[in-house]
Design a protein around this ligand. Structure first.
Ligand SMILES: Nc1ncnc2c1ncn2[C@@H]1O[C@H](COP(=O)(O)OP(=O)(O)O)[C@@H](O)[C@H]1O
Ligand SMILES: [Mg+2]
Length: 217
């Protein structure tokens, strides 16, 4: 049987704990002697980071329409894969990406209302059919996640971005979108309950990643 690819994605709503967990998993992998590349979407390339800024902080006088938003995310993804993800995977590195196609389905289809199948087809084109062999979906009720994200922004002196500013019902739809995807593809998408204490979340994630390493190394 061919080995699974070394592409791991971390998904979840605002304040779910993605960045925190990625830092931890990177250390776990590096301690095992695995070479890791950590990256994020939108972003990860020069163009991707420029597009990220345009998506998250557009000019207030010109609201970003949802169609343009969708295609900006997808453009950032293709460039990211070409310039960073594919070369790293080809060099046998593990790539951990903060958000990927599942976020586009959850945000653009489930929450913004685009047809799911159509968005999936666009994602297939944009991602050059690359799919992670493991996705950790960090699940948290938005009422908790958004509060955490606000507190973090205050502590870091970061501005609240356009998507974090959406109302709770938007974030509820995002969560439903992620949970539906996890139900459809339970082998790839593993759910981690991040209402639990950080140590419990880390232990669960580490178990799943250790299991995954057996399939990829
Ligand atoms: N399991 C957890 N329980 C409580 N707080 C958490 C947990 N995981 C992360 N946090 C805190 O929540 C905030 C948001 O976490 P972060 O990793 O930035 O989320 P994300 O990247 O998903 O938006 C941070 O201040 C972080 O310290
Ligand atoms: Mg983050």
């Amino acid at each position: 049987m061919p080995k699974a690819n070394r592409f791991l994605t971390i998904e979840g709503g605002e304040g779910a704990g993605k960045t925190t967990l990625i830092r931890f998993l990177t250390t776990v992998l590096q301690e095992r002697g695995v070479e890791v590349v950590v990256t994020r979407e939108p972003g990860g390339s020069f163009l991707g980071e420029e597009l990220r800024e345009l998506i998250l902080h557009p000019k207030p006088t010109e609201p970003l329409c949802k169609e343009a938003e969708l295609f900006l995310f997808l453009a950032a993804r293709s460039q990211h894969i070409e310039t960073l993800i594919k070369p790293a995977l080809e060099a046998d590195k593990v790539v951990i990406c903060d958000r990927f196609n599942d976020s586009t389905i959850a945000y653009q289809a489930a929450a913004r209302g685009f047809d799911k199948k159509k968005v999936q087809n666009l994602c297939d084109i944009a991602s050059l059919c690359l799919s992670p062999s493991l996705t950790l979906y960090l699940d948290v009720p938005p009422s908790i996640g958004v509060r955490r994200a606000h507190r973090r922004n205050d502590q870091n002196g970061d501005q609240i971005d356009r998507i974090e500013q959406e109302d709770l019902s938007f974030h509820e739809k995002v969560r439903e979108g992620f949970l539906e995807l996890a139900k459809e593809d339970p082998k790839r998408i593993r759910i981690i309950d991040t209402t639990k204490a950080p140590a419990t979340v880390k232990r669960h994630a580490e178990e799943l990643v250790q299991e995954w390493l057996k399939q990829i190394l």
